[in-house]
Design a protein around this ligand. Structure first.
Ligand code: 5GP
Length: 117
């Protein structure tokens, strides 16, 4: 199980403790390039507030922030991959979630079959 007493890797990126390729930032969101891309374009949209562990908690706790993430994803996809993209929220360890600070994967630019991130 992850240690929730420690700031997540994304909080450390938001706080500029560790570097990342930041492609977008607003008051409540940041977007970065995934360090291990699984598609030609692979970005992550991340709320700065670390309180929501996954998209289910986010949808229940702050649906407006979830809508803001989707809108940011659409804008980023226009800029990076012609507006066509896959939006993935891995939810739970068995589904491949490794960072328990909610984030959306934007994947595009020509996806290979089965590349679900
Ligand atoms: P999850 O598996 O939790 O849905 O997604 C976490 C994602 O974060 C993975 O795709 C992983 O490659 C990415 N990631 C993990 N650590 C870092 C990092 O330090 N920098 C960046 N840019 N991405 C990271």
């Amino acid at each position: 199980m992850p240690d929730h007493a420690e700031p997540s890797i994304f909080t450390r990126i938001i706080d500029r403790e560790i570097p990342a390729d930041v492609v977008f930032e607003s008051e409540r969101l940041i977007a970065i390039r995934d360090i291990a891309p699984k598609a030609p374009v692979h970005l992550l949209v991340i709320p700065k507030d670390p309180q929501f562990r996954d998209v289910v908690e986010l949808a229940a706790g702050d649906p407006e922030l979830l809508a803001e993430m989707v809108a940011a994803a659409a804008t980023l996809a226009e800029e990076h991959c012609g507006g066509q993209f896959r939006l993935v929220f891995n939810t739970g360890t068995d589904a491949g979630q490794t960072v328990f600070h909610v984030h959306a994967h934007i994947m595009g630019g020509g996806l290979t079959e089965g590349s679900l991130g």
